[in-house]
Design a protein around this ligand. Structure first.
Ligand code: GDP
Ligand code: CA
Length: 321
């Protein structure tokens, strides 16, 4: 199993990838990263999920936080606040800002995001090929109550970071996805893959957004190779964050089995649930998806590498490779 394609969001995806790289150092890993979380701030293009993967695998991540740079300072943010210039709810650190300046400058010079990402990775050497899902602009919006009896759409980051997902989400819309095309290399990587993995990333706003780019879901379903996912939901709740809010918005329950059912047997061949969700195995298998219960907490690198080995072992079982 040499060529592995992984669809990834930010923290959950990045941490899993570190384990995968440890488990199979010889494998060629292509990451198709979510760009629906991207946002323009202070004239800069920020790609939170791509950067989380790049920093995590490149050794620059703030470990405890899971996103942003280690040893970060916030002088620019403080200076902007002194001018009264917002938003003040998005934590852009000084080191991180340099990444966004380089990216914005290259995009301004006409380079597509995929080329920019490749250039940034030349510094970080993440040990995987990191591709944005698309070079086109896609922005996830969340529909919430406007407080006046109506509804309004806000940028995903505003919902997630400023509002901390504290109000119900009625819908999640990847604006622009329907007109987007997969970035160069994405469909080729899927077509040449030996296995496709869905890490324990958010099924709606991370993996769901990648799958919303026309052509990607179809390419995975038609690739004729095992597609195996790991549940981000353990014991009926997200391990971190507010994924339950996003699942509710699309009418999917916050259980490991419901997420598998949401992807469906047309896409997924295998699904790993945590040992506390052992009872979900039968339900998932009834849906036509091979399922195993194994420890799914990414507490350290070795535990995460073991999860990656389990996912590859399940891939080996579902179709003869
Ligand atoms: P984001 O873009 O930073 O939100 O990151 P992802 O979408 O890649 O991953 C977020 C998901 O990772 C959340 O729904 C968490 O429940 C899940 N997650 C985080 N840590 C763990 C873990 O240790 N085990 C499992 N199974 N899921 C995790
Ligand atoms: Ca994200």
């Amino acid at each position: 199993m040499r060529r592995i394609v992984v669809l990834a969001g930010g923290v959950g995806g990045a941490r899993f990838l570190r384990g995968l790289r440890q488990a199979v150092p010889e494998a060629e890993i292509t990451v198709i990263g979510n760009t629906g979380d991207d946002i323009h701030l202070f004239g800069l293009k920020v790609c939170p999920d791509l950067d989380t993967v790049m920093y995590t695998l490149g050794g620059g991540i703030h470990e405890e936080q899971g996103w942003g740079r280690a040893g970060e300072s916030f002088s620019v943010k403080e200076e902007l606040a002194a001018y009264g210039v917002g938003p003040d709810w998005f934590g852009l650190g000084d080191r991180d800002i340099a990444t966004h300046i380089v990216r914005t400058q290259m995009i301004g010079a006409g380079y597509p995001l995929s080329a920019v990402t490749e250039a940034l990775c030349r510094r970080w050497q993440p040990g995987v090929r990191l591709l944005p899902m698309t070079d086109d602009r896609v922005e996830t919006h969340v529909v919430i109550d406007d407080g006046e009896g109506g509804r309004k759409a806000v940028h995903f980051q505003e919902y997630w970071v400023r509002l901390r997902a504290s109000v119900p989400a009625h819908a999640v819309v990847p604006v622009g996805a329907d007109r987007a095309t997969p970035a160069p290399g994405v469909l080729e990587a899927i077509g040449e893959a030996d296995v496709v993995l869905f890490p324990p990333s958010n099924p709606v706003v991370s993996i769901g957004t990648v799958l919303a780019v026309p052509g990607i879901r179809e390419a995975i379903a038609d690739a004729g190779v095992p597609v195996v996912g790991l549940s981000p939901i353990v014991g009926g709740a997200p391990v971190h964050g507010m994924a339950d809010r996003m699942l509710a918005a699309i009418g999917v329950g916050t259980t490991a089995a419901a997420v598998a059912g949401h992807y469906g047997s047309g896409l997924l061949d295998g699904w790993l649930v945590d040992t506390v969700d052992e009872s979900a195995v039968k339900t998932v298998e009834t849906d036509g998806i091979r399922c195993r219960a194994v420890p799914l907490m990414m507490t350290d690198l070795e535990a995460t590498a073991t999860m990656a080995r389990e996912a590859l072992a399940l891939a080996g079982e579902v179709r003869s490779l």
